[in-house]
Write a protein that binds this ligand. Sequence first.
Ligand SMILES: Cc1cc2nc3c(=O)[nH]c(=O)nc-3n(C[C@H](O)[C@H](O)[C@H](O)COP(=O)(O)OP(=O)(O)OC[C@H]3O[C@@H](n4cnc5c(N)ncnc54)[C@H](O)[C@@H]3O)c2cc1C
Length: 426
Amino acid sequence: MHPNRRGTVLVAGGGVAGLALAIALRHRGLAAVVLERSAGPDRSGGGLVLAPNAVKALAAIAPGLADRVRAAGHAAGARGAAPHRSAFLDERGRVLGWVSFDGYEDRWGMPAVTILRADLHALLREEAEEAGVELVGGFAADRYRDSGAHVDLVARTGAVRRGDVLVGADGINSAVRAQLLGDGDPPYRGFTAVRGIGPAPAAYPDGFIAYGRGLVLFAAALGGGDLYWVASMTAPRGVAPRRPVAEVLARVIDRTSTWHPDLRKVPASADPAGCVVHDVHDRPPPRTWSRGRVALAGDAAHPMVYTLGQGAGMALEDAAVLATALAGTTLTETALTGHGQAGPGQAGHGQAGPVAGVEQALRRYAAERGPRVRGIVRQSRMLGRIAHVRSPLLVAIRRAILIAATRGTDGGGQSADVFGWTPPAD
Ligand SMILES: Cc1cc2nc3c(=O)[nH]c(=O)nc-3n(C[C@H](O)[C@H](O)[C@H](O)COP(=O)(O)OP(=O)(O)OC[C@H]3O[C@@H](n4cnc5c(N)ncnc54)[C@H](O)[C@@H]3O)c2cc1C
């Protein structure tokens, strides 16, 4: 165990949630060990749009982190920046409305930032190393034992790490969640997503969302004339991710072959080697996602459909809130409490060594995050349904709604509840 008097947090999974949480903990004086199943850095393709609330979470996680991410990515709506607007289009390239990013930093405190996933990951790893996080690769978490006084995380190889708290940040198919909640596989939402990078059409340098029948093409500017794009299409579960990427990309190209030339050129000019394919799942977030000394963060707690662009944002918010909750607690405290309730498979907590403070901090974190992420998971799923409608009648209704919703607005006002989030005070 790390010789930190205030205690050590084990973090299963070194993705956005895990690395961000570990950095935030180190900046609050706690030891953090990230146990990641991959041996090396994540070089997976595609990008991410970090909304203003996500960038605010980065600023709260560690001083200077938001600035580093802004510098590595492409900011939209930054103070003093050139106008930035993205179009809603139909498949023929007709404009249904616009969404403006102008004034985001003034209104929400931060701009939105589009960044390559591999760049964000590399930057978080670097920041974690600088902050003194212990990064362990090749550790695929399998199960844990919560004794009430400490937690042992057991890898598939049988290797064991001991800590005072365990956070499962091991993504959508979380092993920690499987043991903590035992609620099965996440439901498939009916569409598969292909992500790639390529040149922006001259007419839409800042990006667009183009809606077709059962297929939606989203693109966001990366700077330098390039776009990060996602094409998601209705598909049977589990089929596309098992096929070669080039084959799935060819299917997207085929399904967009009648689209406006500016739009169909986006997937058609992509290099399959730079594309990634994922089926899209989510889960209704559970009532709680902590028990004893164990909690979940990021997709392990609340995977969501990507349509609102908030999955990584919620993971970063989780990191800021959870680190702040734990920072006020001595994790290794050994008072007699009798407050702890033994969960299934856990030792009782009524003897020396239980830490009601830790359990309460984890419960407080899950209780604070629950209502917010539940709403965002629901909204994202609804948008996913609307984006992938196939029947001509529903397509026509969607078109009318989009035109009405963006008429006379800049599209930004509806985001107040999501972008207006404020990080907790330390
Ligand atoms: C098509 C698409 C587009 C998206 N676009 C956006 C967007 O624009 N903006 C946004 O905010 N979000 C977006 N998201 C969502 C975002 O990618 C996720 O919400 C985010 O990556 C979640 O981070 P995480 O760390 O919880 O999980 P992950 O990034 O999945 O990381 C989990 C980590 O845990 C590791 N791991 C898994 N199992 C184990 C184990 N047993 N033991 C140890 N380690 C393990 C994995 O190797 C991985 O490193 C998008 C998602 C998709 C599918």
